[in-house]
Design a protein around this ligand. Sequence first.
Ligand code: ATP
Ligand code: MG
Length: 328
Amino acid sequence: MIPKERDLMNDVVLTGDRPTGPLHLGHYFGSLANRVRLQDLHPMYVLIADYQVITDRDLPGEIRRHTTELLLDYLAIGIDPAKVTIFQHSAIPELNQLLLPFLSLVSVAELGRNPTVKDEIAHSSQAAVSGLMFTYPVHQAADILFCKGTLVPVGKDQLPHLEVARLVARRFNDRYGEVFPLPEAMMGAQPMLKGLDGGKMSKSRGNAIALSATEDETALLIRKARTDAERLITFEEERRPEVANLLTLAGLCLGRPPAELAEEIGDGGAATLKRVVTEAVNEFLRPIRKRRAELTEGDARRILAEGNERARERAVRTLEEVRAAMGF
Ligand code: ATP
Ligand code: MG
């Protein structure tokens, strides 16, 4: 949600995801739906943040497969590569060059205060916290600012990172002259969708419904979701968070208020609730899954190569501007 009076005419949109696994409903309602809407209105870049995978784990894992699948997920939800530049972090070395001056603009104390980084450290599988973990929000500032991105459709967890990007842009401009616009976050219908365990729905926390999951996998995941023993289904986020979360999921997929669904289910209990949620999710995802099945890995590779080339050209120009501003 962005201020009404803002003039969106000249915006450049940038977002991205880590290739850590398949996209899920949290991505869709947090960020992807906005991307699809905005691609017709503005120049748009979508970043596959591959280097960011090793912020909270020792190895990048099946990075190539995840990258391809992420791209196929984008295409399946309706991102159009003719309008949108989809690219990989690792294909744009200029981004890492921007990181150096940007790092000099933030203090260690500022990096240590970032609440999203703290939460990710708490969920990380690494024994020791890496330097990359603390500095990746600055890397992300480079990802946004290289294309002079101004509008960033993201979930709530990204708000502290957007503040870092704004801080970097402001301080760079103050120190070296006006180069960067200040980017703004744009949150989706559901800025923090919870997963089936009640925590933030995340690719890497095993609590997500993937856009590409089969109908049976979806049914099984929802069957295993926690509920409570009360027969009467009500929408009470504080008192009955698990039930409320399932109602929220179904409501988003059906485009209906969750309280209304609760009333319809009445005293049908958890079994009816889960049936309603499963049907809503599967119905919603059916066309997305169908489109995905029609795409090939070859499509993904070709689109990524084109996107990388376009993004790189843009990054080279910004880096030249940055060096000139700094007097290099
Ligand atoms: P990982 O567990 O590997 O960090 P993730 O599920 O958190 O994966 P990211 O690639 O880190 O996904 O995030 C991509 C984008 O999706 C970000 O803009 C983030 O804010 C948004 N997003 C992720 N999870 C949710 C969620 N549960 N609700 C709303 N938005 C989300
Ligand atoms: Mg994440």
